[in-house]
Design a protein around this ligand. Structure first.
Ligand code: G3H
Ligand code: ZN
Length: 284
C-alpha cells in the first residue's frame, strides 16, 4: 500500500535498519524498484525530484504510474512516494495534492528562521492530509538536478533540535559531509555530530548522497539513528552501464525494450543489494 514514511521510519529506528529512498527517473526505474522491494519483502521510499517529475510529465503522471504498477505487480510491501528536495511550499503542496504520501522541504539554503517558517507551513498542510515531512539543515555537497551546492556546511546540532521542536517534522536530514553523486575519495561523515543530533532531535535521521558510502559507514549511521538512506546515482550508473553494453555488443539494436530491459534488471539488482546492506529486507 501507499503510505507516509512516519511509521516506516519509526519501525526502522526501533529495529536497527534503514529504509532506502531510491529515486525515480522513468518507467524502468519505477518498475525495478517496486519489483526489488516486493522480492525482498522490504519497505521502500520512491524519491521523486522536481526535475525528474518534470521529465516524466509531472506529479500526477508519477502518482498514476506508481499506482498502476503497484496494482499490476500486486505490491504488498509499504511504499511511500516522496518529493525529494522540494524547493518551496507551493511545490510541496502541488505534490501532496497530486497524491504524494511524503515530501521533503529543502529550505536548507535559506536562513535558519526562514527554514523554520517555510518548513512549519509545509508540515501544517502535509499533516492535515496525512502526509509525512522531511526537512534539511546544512548543505549536502555536489549536485542533484536543480540542487547545486557550493561547498559543504555541517548541520548545527542545536539548530537541529530547535527545527524539530518548532516545526513538528517527521524526520530530519542533517548534512554531515555527504555528497550527491560520486565521492572523490572516501566520504568523511560527521559521526560525532550525528550522535549528538540523534540524542537530542527525537526524530529519525536521513542520510543523503548514499551512493559510494562504504558499508561500515552505513552501519555506523544506522546505529546512530539514521532510518532513511537516499540513493540515486548508483542506480543511474548501473542502468547506463547496461545500456552501453547492449548497444556496444549489438550496434544495430533499436528496440528500446532490448536495452532498457537489461537496464531495468541492473537497477533491480542494485536496489536489492542496497536493501540487504541497509537491513530492510524481510522487514515489510
Ligand atoms: O536526494 C537524493 C540523494 O541524496 C541521492 O544521492 O545520487 O549520491 O545517491 P546520490
Ligand atoms: Zn539528496
Amino acid at each position: 500500500p501507499l503510505v507516509p514514511m512516519t511509521e516506516m521510519l519509526k519501525k526502522a529506528n526501533a529495529e536497527g535498519y534503514a529504509v532506502g529512498q531510491f529515486n525515480l527517473n522513468n518507467l524502468e526505474f519505477t518498475q525495478a524498484i517496486l519489483q526489488a522491494a516486493e522480492a525482498e519483502k522490504s519497505p521502500v521510499i520512491l524519491g521523486v525530484s522536481e526535475g525528474a517529475a518534470r521529465y516524466m510529465g509531472g506529479f500526477k503522471t508519477v502518482v498514476k504510474m506508481v499506482e498502476g504498477l503497484m496494482e499490476d505487480y500486486q505490491i504488498t510491501v509499504p511504499v511511500a512516494i516522496h518529493l525529494d528536495h522540494g524547493s518551496s511550499f507551493d511545490k510541496c503542496k502541488e505534490a501532496i495534492d497530486a497524491g504524494f504520501t511524503s515530501v521533503m522541504i529543502d529550505a536548507s539554503h535559506s536562513s535558519f528562521e526562514e527554514n523554520i517558517e517555510i518548513t512549519s507551513k509545509v508540515v501544517e498542510y502535509a499533516h492535515s492530509k496525512g502526509v509525512s515531512v522531511e526537512a534539511e539543515l546544512g548543505t549536502v555537497g555536489g549536485q542533484e538536478d536543480d540542487v547545486v551546492a557550493d561547498g559543504v556546511t555541517y548541520a548545527d546540532v542545536q539548530e537541529c533540535k530547535t527545527l524539530v521542536e518548532r516545526t513538528g517534522i517527521d524526520c530530519l536530514a542533517p548534512a554531515l559531509g555527504s555528497v550527491h553523486g560520486p565521492y572523490k575519495g572516501e566520504p568523511k561523515l560527521g559521526f560525532k555530530e550525528m550522535e549528538e543530533i540523534n540524542k537530542i532531535a527525537g526524530v529519525p535521521l536521513v542520510l543523503h548522497g548514499g551512493t559510494g558510502i562504504p558499508t561500515k559507514d552505513i552501519q555506523k549511521s544506522v546505529s546512530l539513528g539514521t532510518a532513511k538512506i537516499n540513493v540515486n546515482t548508483e542506480n543511474q550508473i548501473a542502468s547506463a552501464k547496461a545500456v552501453r553494453q547492449v548497444l556496444a555488443e549489438k550496434p544495430n539494436e533499436y528496440d528500446p525494450r532490448k536495452y532498457l530491459g537489461p537496464a531495468r534488471d541492473a537497477i533491480k539488482e542494485t536496489v536489492i543489494g542496497k536493501m540487504r546492506e541497509f537491513g530492510s529486507s524481510n522487514k515489510a
